[in-house]
Design a protein around this ligand. Structure first.
Ligand SMILES: [Zn+2]
Length: 456
């Protein structure tokens, strides 16, 4: 009998240890106040009125991101000083997720939320051709920032590596609870490293204490006239923090450093949702509203690997979510990375309203901080190519999210090859006459990608 109890206890302990080693998603983003939400609802009404009077807004916003990679002298590619390739794969994840083409979105059930749509008279903009709640194209994209705050070209696009020891800052892994970590981030790390919040989305990537049970936190976007209320970030704290092992995609960049099971970059997708004004799908309470009509109510967060659709049918009444259950596949829920793959149209409305109205969001993408592609075959979704600066004067840099570059050639518009370079990312073009050229990139003798660039 005693032995049985001991075995049971060991199994329990073993279970807990296993659990602790997993990076389950949980975030510590503050729940916005009623005052903030009331102000936001006025702006959303205005946005919808404008949308009705004009044709559907087709502006695609592109937000430049600077990743502050915080380390203590590790070589690049060694935790927590993660590689450019791992960060590039995160940008690809964000762009897929925010355009409605997220990893596993093809798993969306063929009858997903069709009853909810009918029972709640959901508006046509939220419905797809099968009568389901639509997986939205948010119309917001992301790029690696190409320049620092002084206008200098970044050696590694989108990356600002910071050795905290050389700045005499404490280690991020010292802080084992939410309050201590928040104070470290908001009072020490962010103010000393932040870049202009009206130009960049600042993302800090660090190690963390093992006892800290969350992997991401975002600022709530400030709204004009509400500066000073506790929800609002300031120009020395605005942005997102993530644990280094949840950045990037194991699929797109297998040689990165990941914390299973959060290996598909969805922590940052979720946090950017908050950064653009979204709430958790369960409203941070039992069946509380998230202010989106097209997301059915949920009794609580879903974690792990949800069994199958429909899930938790009837978990909420008034309105009931039966017979379709909860929208566990929404990025603003907590299942493991591979199980979530959608934003909705009403969530899109909130995010686009923030892009227009929040003082720290409404100028993002207007400062020429993204690399310009004039491309032919610029991207396939899994393999993003950055060519910068463009136009270029003396040097052209090529950066690819995956694979090594094996050869780069530059030709004129007649197709005559003028320069061929092997195994390098930087090409000297100072001898070329001004004009438009074709750059051809070869990877492992297989992929050919051509882009246009301008020599000036
Ligand atoms: Zn969250």
């Amino acid at each position: 009998m005693m032995k049985k109890i001991v075995t049971t206890i060991s199994l329990l302990l073993f279970g807990i240890i296993i659990h602790a080693q997993q990076e389950n998603q949980s975030c510590e983003t503050a729940v916005p106040s009623e005052k903030w939400e009331n102000e936001f609802q006025k702006l959303i009404s205005e946005y919808k009125t404008i949308q009705k009077s004009q044709s559907q807004s087709s502006t695609v916003y592109t937000i430049p991101i600077i990743f502050h990679v915080i380390h203590s002298g590790q070589t690049i590619g060694t935790f927590p000083n993660i590689s450019q390739g791992q960060i590039n794969s995160q940008i690809t994840v964000l762009n897929q997720d925010f355009s409605g083409n997220g990893y596993n979105s093809s798993n969306y059930p063929s009858n997903a939320f069709v009853n909810w749509v009918i029972n709640q008279s959901i508006l046509p903009a939220s419905i797809d051709s099968k009568g389901r709640v639509k997986i939205a194209d948010v119309g917001i994209q992301f790029c690696l920032a190409t320049k620092d705050t002084s206008g200098n070209l970044l050696h590694e696009p989108g990356i600002n590596r910071i050795n905290y020891l050389s700045m005499n800052l404490p280690s991020p892994s010292n802080y084992s609870n939410q309050a201590a970590m928040k104070s470290y981030l908001d009072a020490i790390l962010k103010p000393q490293t932040i870049w202009d919040v009206t130009k960049y989305l600042n993302v800090w990537i660090t190690d963390k204490n093992n006892a800290l049970n969350y992997t991401g936190v975002s600022s709530v976007p400030p709204l004009s006239g509400l500066l000073g209320i506790p929800d609002n970030s300031t120009d020395s704290t605005d942005g997102i923090w993530c644990f280094a092992k949840v950045i990037g995609s194991n699929n797109l960049y297998p040689s990165g450093i990941y914390g299973s099971p959060q290996v598909e970059g969805r922590t940052l997708t979720h946090e950017v949702g908050h950064y653009l004004g979204l709430r958790h799908i369960w409203g941070d309470g039992a069946c509380v509203t998230d202010y989106c009509d097209d997301t059915p109510p949920a009794a609580a967060q879903n974690t792990g690997a949800p069994s199958s659709y429909p899930l938790n049918v009837g978990s909420c009444s008034s309105p009931t979510n039966a017979p379709d259950g909860e929208m566990f596949m929404n990025y603003m829920d907590y299942p493991w990375d591979p199980y979530k793959y959608m934003f909705t149209t009403d969530q899109t409305t909130r995010m686009r309203t923030i892009m227009i109205n929040s003082p720290f969001r409404n100028q993002l993408g207007t400062h020429n901080l993204c690399s310009v592609s004039l491309g032919l075959n610029v991207e396939n979704l899994n393999n993003k190519i950055y060519i910068y600066p463009n136009p270029a004067k003396s040097e052209l840099n090529v950066n690819i999210s995956q694979n090594e570059i094996s050869e780069v050639s530059i030709s004129n518009l007649l197709g005559q090859v003028l320069i061929i370079i092997k195994n390098t990312n930087t090409i000297n073009i100072s001898d070329l006459p001004n004009g438009v050229y074709i750059i051809t990139i070869t990877q492992r003798q297989l992929n050919l990608t051509q882009n246009l660039f301008i020599k000036e």
